[in-house]
Structure formats: structure tokens, C-alpha cells
Design a protein around this ligand. Sequence first.
Ligand SMILES: NC(=O)c1ccc[n+]([C@@H]2O[C@H](COP(=O)([O-])OP(=O)(O)OC[C@H]3O[C@@H](n4cnc5c(N)ncnc54)[C@H](OP(=O)(O)O)[C@@H]3O)[C@@H](O)[C@H]2O)c1
Length: 237
Amino acid sequence: MTLPEPGVPRRILIVGCSDGIGLGTARRLLGDGWQVVGISRSRGPLQHAAYHHEILDVGLPGYRQKLAEIVTQKGPFDTCLYCAGIGEPSDLASLDADVGTFQVNLMAAVETAAEIIPRMVQDARGHFAVLSSQADELIVPTHPSYAASKAAMSSYFEALALAARPSGVRVTNIRFGYVDTKMAKARVRPFQRSVDWAVAIVVRSLDGKAIRVTRPRRLAPLVSLLRWLVNWRIRLS
Ligand SMILES: NC(=O)c1ccc[n+]([C@@H]2O[C@H](COP(=O)([O-])OP(=O)(O)OC[C@H]3O[C@@H](n4cnc5c(N)ncnc54)[C@H](OP(=O)(O)O)[C@@H]3O)[C@@H](O)[C@H]2O)c1
């Protein structure tokens, strides 16, 4: 059960809250009476009495320790939404960007879960949601670390969702296609949706029981075709 006692505002930690889907979700939940704590490297535009921001880079060593301090001081949280994500093209001359992508998209999400979920299990309630991507099904030569980090994220959090279910804690993996934020840089973005559309799905998911949320559904056949094409290319090589 995620809902706190009647009359107590719901309290969410949003990691990746200065822009895009995280910022939109924070705005919407503040409007609905939630208390929100946000984490990101920049402060972002949010100003609200029920909003607290922590400037923090989840990709740097020490993230978990700083997060533990935030949770102790500002928690407990009945909900956590992990939105932080990056997706830069690979550079074969260094691959440093790939290390950073795995750190932000995957390892910091796991560190966040490790800090939050055991506390939720102790309370026998809570909801931990992550923003993955329909790219988790793909092998993408231009952005190998983005798709691979999302594949691992989806696999890990969906397994965790099944494991956590008996404890009363819910885990949800939200897999979007293209959403109109600064992250969506591809020249062609089929079925791209607005941030408001994505926020509505996130907010609905936070009240739901689904382990996997894939939207827009119409993109899925195209993703399957792309996966088939790249597998065919790999087999031929
Ligand atoms: N937009 C899409 O088409 C799309 C599609 C599928 C999935 N997604 C996923 O949805 C999530 C949100 O994406 P978005 O489109 O909203 O992207 P966005 O507009 O670029 O927002 C990303 C957020 O993550 C934060 N962030 C990035 N690196 C960080 C770091 N090292 N430490 C702390 N915070 C960090 C950013 O804040 P700072 O820069 O201030 O740190 C920002 O608040 C991502 O995980 C993305 O993979 C997006």
C-alpha cells in the first residue's frame, strides 16, 4: 500500500528534477499537494513551498553517501522516481562518455534503489519507479551505452519488482519512446510525444500496480523491426 495516512501529504524523491519529464512530474505533483524533494546537478526553475532541491551529481563518487544523508534528513519517502539520464554518442577514441552513461543511467539508479527500497520494505509500503526506454530492446551502434544501460535497467528493475511484490513495495519500469525534451536528439523521432503526455503516464503509473509500462504502444512494432534488422546485420557479419 503506497498511500500514507489520510491527511498526510504524499512525499516523493525525484532524481533528475531540473528539466524534462522529472521537472514536469514535480510540477504536476506539487499542484496535486505532494511534497517533493528533487536532485540534479542544476537547481532548475522550480520554486514552491513544498519543494526542496539538492544539487548533486549522481555520477560522482560519494553519491550514495550524500543520498543517505538526504533520505535521513528529508525522508521518509513513500515514492521515489528515478529520471536522471544521459545519452551521448560513443567516441571510440576514449569511451569515457560510455562509462559516464552507465554510471548515471544504471549504477546510480541501483544505488538509489539500494538506499530507498530496504527502508520501504521495512515500512511494508512504497513505490519506486524508474524511467527506462523502449531502446532497451535495441543494439544501437551510434549510442551503444544508452541502449545497453536501459536494457540492464529494465531487466534489473522488473526482476526487483517481482522480488519486492510480497513485501508490499511496488517497483515500476516506465519505457517511453521519444518525448520532446532536450534528450531526444535523433533527427527522425517517430510518434514523439509531449512532456505533458509523459507526465500524465508517470503520474498514473505512480497510482497503479503495473511492473512494466510501455508507451506509446504504437512504437513497439517499429522497435521490434529495428531489433530484427540489427540482429540480421550481426548474423551476416
Ligand atoms: N526524452 C526522451 O525521448 C526519452 C525517451 C525514453 C526515455 N527517456 C528517459 O527519461 C529520463 C528523463 O529524460 P528527459 O527526456 O526528461 O531528459 P532531460 O530533459 O535531459 O532531463 C534529464 C534530467 O536528469 C538530470 N541529470 C542528468 N545527469 C545527471 C547527473 N549526473 N546527476 C544528477 N542529475 C542528472 C538532469 O539535470 P541536470 O542536468 O541539472 O543534472 C535533468 O533534470 C531519462 O532517463 C531518459 O533516458 C527519455
